[in-house]
Design a protein around this ligand. Structure first.
Ligand code: DQA
Length: 155
């Protein structure tokens, strides 16, 4: 039997992690975080695929493509988290668990980061734990999948 599939989505400017504001986001690269998430997924018996884009529409397309194919979504949409209503609407059509993820704690930063438009369509949010959050978010979707009794892949 094939493993349940988690889609990890990364939004704009996350490709610059490692160079971008290391005092806020740390020195690990996006590839480091994806490796961390993949390792957690493997330990939990899940498969993980990753997509990063600077464009909201690409993230919307990825959510559409995940419908009926992926079992859960972990999304760090970067700044799109704070205004991306089309990503909100796309995630609302996804049947499986959705966990919102942030390296930093947006609530402890500038006021415009305090609102997430993705939170209302997410099961929960992991924020403020740096790279560890990638493992915590995968663990969270694993628990949500288990508690909902999802044991076989959607596809
Ligand atoms: C972020 C927080 C967002 O406010 C910001 O725009 C990002 C990164 C985080 O991971 O902490 O690009 O999503």
């Amino acid at each position: 039997m094939s493993a349940l599939l988690v889609l990890l989505l990364s939004g704009p400017n996350l490709a610059l992690l490692g160079e971008r504001q290391p005092e806020v986001y740390g020195t690990a690269t996006l590839a480091d975080h994806v490796a961390r998430a993949s390792g957690a997924a493997e330990r939990l018996g899940l498969s993980l695929e990753h997509l990063q884009s600077e464009r909201e529409g690409d993230l919307v397309d990825a959510v559409h493509g995940a419908r009926g194919r992926c079992d859960a979504i972990v999304v760090n949409a970067g700044a799109i988290s704070h205004y991306g209503w089309s990503l909100h609407d796309a995630l609302a059509t996804f049947a499986g668990p959705v966990v919102e993820l942030h390296l930093s704690n947006p609530d402890a930063r500038e006021p415009w980061r305090h609102r997430s438009v993705l939170a209302p369509v997410s099961d929960g949010t992991v924020a403020g734990f740096g790279g560890v959050g990638y493992e915590l978010a995968v663990e969270a979707v694993s628990r949500l999948l288990r508690s909902s009794g999802t044991t076989s892949p959607r596809r």
